[in-house]
Design a protein around this ligand. Structure first.
Ligand SMILES: [Fe+2]
Length: 317
């Protein structure tokens, strides 16, 4: 496959640096409606377990991300200009159309393919909120673009008294594969209100189960799929687009507001579950601390200045 590459010298300035909150939207946008597609014909616990409420027991069943599509217009995906967003709603619960700010035009193909997939494979897609995260940035050799450490997206911890069906997540990137772990994770005896499950995942992860993703392929996985960001082998600009289909309100301070949708959520700061960290076993706390230090050092995944200050505060303690 002929993969478009861009030399570092030709790259625009790192747009991530400017992203400390809400990007500037024109207020214009486009609507995407699902086009009929064949449901994905693959046996997977991702499909078997998507209708039932979240339970950590599901981590016992190994799973891997499934390829459901591929980006055709690779030049547009890689060289296009789109603003960075974080967990921005593009469809609210009960709606059947997706509203996207014009500034995300370069990611239109990915968005259309995600919507097609969701509408024909998630029986409850109308009831779920769709979120998008778009992240174009320069990555230096040896570092990763996003969240370090093995984790899952959509972990339902102590905050969720009543568990929702698990989040469904889709990802596509042009360079620097992410790595998933096709294995079971056993959390028997651990308590979501007390223990750091992501640290525990790192402990249990076996590198022989690590599966790297392929560039430009569109992957779907669920909230029980352990994965981590990959490290760049060279300085490169990477485009990552992520979708979440969730019952949850992603009302974190720093998430992007979509001016095309009519909603007004009270945004709250839940960056660090302080009680969780204090009560964690020493080993997991030190791992988490290392992760947070890496995040601060690289200024990544902490788009809001207040959250960053809070993290710095925590590390100094
Ligand atoms: Fe993730």
């Amino acid at each position: 496959m002929d993969i478009p590459q861009r030399k570092l010298a030709e790259m625009p300035e790192d747009r991530a640096k400017d992203f400390l909150g809400q990007p500037k939207f024109s207020g214009k946008g486009f609507t995407i409606l699902p086009e009929p597609t064949e449901p994905l014909d693959i046996d997977s616990p991702i499909f078997d377990q998507m209708k039932d409420p979240y339970t950590v027991r599901n981590f016992l069943v190994p799973r891997r991300p499934l390829v459901f599509e591929e980006i055709d217009d690779k030049d547009a995906f890689t060289y296009g200009t789109s603003v960075n967003t974080l967990d921005m709603p593009i469809k609210l619960a009960g709606q059947k159309e997706v509203r996207v700010p014009l500034e995300l035009e370069a990611d239109r193909e990915a968005i259309q393919k995600w919507v097609n997939f969701a509408a024909s494979n998630l029986p409850d897609w109308v009831d779920r909120i769709f979120y998008i995260t778009t992240d174009r940035r320069r990555i230096r050799r040896g570092s990763s673009q996003r969240r370090p450490g093995i984790h899952t997206d959509g972990f339902q911890g102590a905050r969720y008294q009543k568990k929702n069906p698990p989040d469904i997540v889709a990802l596509v990137h042009d360079h620097v594969p992410f790595v998933s772990y096709a294995q079971s994770f056993d959390f028997t005896g651990l308590n979501t209100g007390k223990h750091d499950f992501h640290a525990e995942m790192s402990r249990q992860a076996d590198e022989s189960n690590a599966v790297p993703s392929e560039n430009y392929k569109m992957y779907v996985f669920d909230a029980f799929t352990g994965h981590r960001a990959g490290e760049a082998e060279e300085d490169i600009e990477r485009n990552l687009v992520r979708f979440n289909a969730s019952y949850a309100t992603y009302d974190f301070i720093g998430n992007t507001h979509n001016p095309l949708l009519d909603y007004d959520w009270e945004m709250v700061d839940r960056t660090i579950p302080n009680n969780l960290i204090k009560e964690s076993i020493v080993d997991s706390e030190s791992k988490r601390r290392t992760q947070l230090e890496q995040i601060i050092a690289k200024n990544r995944y902490v788009p809001n200045i207040d959250r960053r200050l809070q993290l710095i505060d925590f590390i100094k303690k």
